[in-house]
Design a binder for this molecule. Structure first.
Ligand code: NAP
Length: 290
């Protein structure tokens, strides 16, 4: 067994229909693929229909499952409502929403126009609230159980310079996750989140570590376990949180970052840089004083 293996039993998501925003690329694609392997039906949605169609075809061929690609800009409530209606019409129901779509780029905050700032807020926070409201209202009206899983990030609670619109928006998504976990539990709707640390994806790497930055700021160096994440590790947690195995987990955020955010937080964690000989000297000098 290895962390690159699937964790849940075959058929663990059989009978579930799962909608993944941003499901044509990156982590959304990897999580969606694992849901399919576990027997779910899948809807993938984002702005680029050609990307979605290619991914859907690739996924169907490799798993034999059913994938519906639907174009939708999550910032536009009319498009979200149409996408939801089409998804329900196609599969008869949707049981799970994975809010994964996001936009982000690095910049000193004072260089951002209000338009640039708002674009990230709109995709991440407003996009998530548009999809959440649409699905939640439908589930409540139809008296149908539902599950939300929202992808945030560890700087949703620490904040982070140079990605301030993203930090503000993800903090909002986390607050929404915890709020609705309580408010909508009475309707049999659960809400949870995952906070990933660095996972290599074309989208995140090209926007957040463009060009040589990826060599200069090797993300693995900031992670105590000494590596970046493998997509299957994230897919395993996501599949658990959308499955019935996690029926009693509600309002939780699971961090999967190899200890990265804690490494930055602990005041003395950078003492890793002290060599053993220096520790020996310090110990010896303490011994003399005692
Ligand atoms: P990605 O491949 O760029 O995924 C982002 C997805 O969002 C794309 O499929 C994109 O598709 C979609 N999207 C963007 N704007 C949209 C809009 N207005 N409407 C609908 N869909 C839209 O990057 P990723 O790394 O896999 O990121 C996935 C999630 O993980 C994000 O929530 C990100 O914040 C989170 N995350 C990633 C990392 C990491 O290290 N990779 C770390 C922490 C958190 P279109 O362009 O076709 O719209």
């Amino acid at each position: 067994m290895s962390y690159t293996d699937g964790m849940l039993k075959d058929g663990a998501l059989k009978g579930k229909t799962i909608l993944v925003t941003g499901g044509g690329t990156g982590l959304g694609k990897s999580m969606g693929l694992y849901f399919l392997k576990l027997g779910a039906n899948l809807i993938i949605t984002s702005r680029k229909l050609d990307v979605l169609q290619n991914t859907a075809k690739e996924m169907e061929v490799s798993t034999g499952g059913k994938v519906l690609p639907l174009a939708c800009d999550v910032r536009e409530i009319d498009q979200v409502e149409k996408m939801w209606t089409d998804a329900v019409a196609h599969f008869g129901k949707v049981d799970v929403v994975l809010n994964n779509a996001a936009g982000n780029f690095i910049s000193p905050t004072e260089r951002l126009s209000s338009n640039a700032f708002n674009t990230v807020l709109d995709i991440v926070l407003k996009g998530t609230s548009n999809v959440t409201l649409t699905a939640g209202k439908y589930w409540i009206k139809e008296k149908q159980a539902g599950t939300f899983l929202n992808i945030v990030t560890t700087y949703a609670w620490t904040g982070s310079g140079y990605v301030v619109p993203s930090a503000a928006a993800k903090a909002g998504v986390l607050a929404m996750t915890r709020s609705l976990a309580v408010e909508w539990a009475k309707y049999k709707i659960r809400s949870n989140a995952i906070a990933p640390g660095p996972f290599p994806t074309e989208g995140a790497w090209s926007r957040l570590l463009p060009g040589d930055l990826v060599k200069k700021f090797d993300p693995a160096k900031k992670v105590p376990v000494g590596r970046v994440g493998d997509h299957q590790e994230l897919a395993n947690i996501a599949a658990y949180l959308v499955s019935d195995y996690s029926a009693y987990v509600n309002g939780e955020v699971i961090t999967i970052d190899g200890g990265e955010w804690l490494m930055g937080a602990g005041e003395f964690n950078n003492l890793d840089a002290i060599p053993q000989e220096m520790w020996d000297m310090m110990e010896a000098s303490r011994g003399k004083k005692a």
